[in-house]
Design a protein around this ligand. Structure first.
Ligand SMILES: Nc1ncnc2c1ncn2[C@@H]1O[C@H](COP(=O)(O)OP(=O)(O)O)[C@@H](O)[C@H]1O
Ligand SMILES: [Mg+2]
Length: 506
């Protein structure tokens, strides 16, 4: 017999907006005593915002929260903590140079006649950790312990004797499997003591290993709440993506485009065991000259991180990048540029366009960086390049001296692509090249990408829009949980295969 569910935390119709974004729209959520409850959704779905509203970091615009039947509206994290809601964020916010005991009590140590009673603190820290079955020397510096143990210390610090709810936002991102197991042991113990635990994780396997129930968010809206045992993985993935499974199953697999003639079958760029601990598990990739290789996966699955490793923005800690059969050293974007790589990032506003510069200056930026700033391009050459690409890509501008900030999104995107083309890359990485632009510009950019491949460029295409990938690519790599899980080619390049790969792990 199952015990009746007893709600500890109830959220009713919570809304929260930021300028230009509705992060939460009338979301309901219920956490029961003695359960581990996963909050799932792609990046940007609203998980962290919901947690931050619950814990007094953000103030909600509308809605109500109840803890143990009483209405609460914490306005600071401290107040939420005092009410019995303890939170541990992804980043361990502790101080490595202090001892474990000091970290557990920092900022709130008891005083006895103005003095800090160290023996009391040590004993309290020991007891707090013992509750988690962790037995370590609390007089050692925190920094001398593994990240996993540091996280246990963070949990011990967060948990008061009065805590009824524990919230963990992506606590496992930087843990190895045995460390995850240690965390799970602690979570199960606290659950069995009756605590309600909210667990946010990117990792599907972890969610299925530990959670009793799952609430799915999408674009700031509640999709639904489900018992884990009754929610097949395919269904979960479909719900996170806002797709109908039934529609997918009847969908005919689309014939993939013919392998283009003229494209050589020589791998131009290869990654062998390329990885970075805590970011991307080691993976192999090979991209041929004249080929568009697609990278598919949910938002947050590690696609952009792969691009950043290849382009030297993030530093790999294992594996090799091989160009034309020769291992190359790429430690920075500048090294990558010298190898003939180009990377058109997703976040145009922060890492792409320089709003105050003209279209001409924006187009010449990457080539100038490749030449080195001591060898400036002549003004004449700059004018020629700008005119050439404005025509070639059909960029709508009055003239090349117009500030890029005044252009439409689609035209800005074309300028950024022009910038990387002007650097004459052999290998072009495009991260969401058509996001946020209108349909017409999308079609033009898709055509442009195709024509670049036809000319022999190797292209890595990242897109959340699977139909775009399916249309443009003959081969797809599927990512999940920061791992390459499958490679699809030919007839396998269709939505249903991508979904299966994501749900089942390849
Ligand atoms: N402080 C903030 N200012 C502006 N926008 C924000 C802020 N925090 C979150 N957002 C936006 O709200 C949406 C939901 O984000 P978030 O709750 O972090 O999603 P998740 O944790 O599910 O990845 C996103 O569009 C995000 O960009
Ligand atoms: Mg988040």
């Amino acid at each position: 017999m199952q015990e009746p569910l007893s709600p500890i935390l109830t959220v009713k119709a919570i809304s929260k907006s930021f300028p230009g974004v509705r992060a939460l729209s009338a979301v309901d959520f219920q956490l029961n005593r003695g359960e581990i409850h996963s909050l799932m959704g792609e990046n940007g779905a609203g998980k962290s915002t919901l947690i931050k509203v619950l814990t007094g970091v953000y103030q909600k615009d509308a809605g109500e929260c109840f803890l143990d039947g009483k209405r609460i509206a914490p306005v600071t994290p401290k107040e939420a903590q005092d009410l019995g809601i303890s939170t541990v964020y992804q980043e361990v916010n502790l101080i490595p140079s202090l001892t474990v005991a000091e970290n557990i009590y920092v900022g709130r140590h008891p005083t006895k006649q103005g003095r800090i009673p160290w023996s009391v603190i040590k004993e309290g820290a020991r007891a707090a950790l013992a509750r988690l079955d962790i037995h370590i020397d609390v007089t050692e510096q925190l920094g001398s312990f593994s990240i996993a143990l540091q996280q246990m210390v963070a949990i011990a610090r967060a948990l008061d004797t009065s805590s009824q709810v524990l919230i963990l936002d992506e606590p496992t991102s930087s843990l190895d499997p045995s460390e995850v197991e240690m965390l799970f042991r602690v979570m199960r113990k606290l659950r069995d003591e009756g605590m309600g635990i909210v667990f946010v994780s990117h990792f599907l396997d972890q969610v299925y290993a530990i959670c009793d129930r799952i609430t799915v968010l999408r674009n700031g809206q509640l999709v639904g709440a489900y018992n884990t045992a009754e929610l097949p993985r395919m269904e979960l993935v479909a719900k996170m993506m806002g797709k109908q499974l039934a529609a997918l199953d009847t969908q005919k697999s689309q014939p993939s485009p013919e392998a283009r003639t003229g494209a050589s079958a020589r791998p131009l760029v290869r990654a062998a065991g390329l990885g970075k601990k805590g970011s991307i598990e080691p993976l192999d990739l090979n991209i041929q000259a004249g080929e568009i290789l697609g990278l598919a996966g949910l938002l947050g699955s590690g696609r952009t991180e792969v691009a950043k490793l290849l382009f030297g923005i993030d530093k790999k800690d294992q594996g090799e990048i091989i160009v034309d059969n020769v291992p190359v050293a790429i430690h920075s974007p500048r090294d990558a540029l010298f190898q003939g790589f180009a990377f058109c990032p997703e976040d145009r506003k922060s890492s792409g366009i320089v709003e105050d510069l003209s279209v001409r200056e924006n187009i010449c930026l990457a080539l100038q960086a490749k030449r080195g700033w001591t060898r400036p391009l002549s003004r004449k050459r700059q004018d020629e390049l700008a005119d050439y690409y404005i025509k070639a890509l059909n960029i709508k501008v009055a003239d090349a001296e117009q500030k890029i900030g005044t252009l439409s999104g689609g035209n800005q995107q074309k300028v950024i692509i022009a910038r990387w083309l002007a650097a004459e890359p052999r290998f072009l990485i495009l991260d969401e090249p058509t996001r946020g632009i209108d349909v017409g510009a999308k079609a033009e950019i898709t055509k442009l990408i195709q024509s670049l491949a036809d000319k022999g460029m190797a292209i890595l295409l990242i897109s959340a829009e699977w139909h775009e990938l399916i249309r443009s690519c003959t081969r797809l790599v599927v990512m999940r949980d920061r791992k390459k899980i499958k490679e699809l080619k030919g007839q396998q390049v269709n939505e249903s295969e991508i979904m299966h790969a994501i749900a089942e792990g390849g």
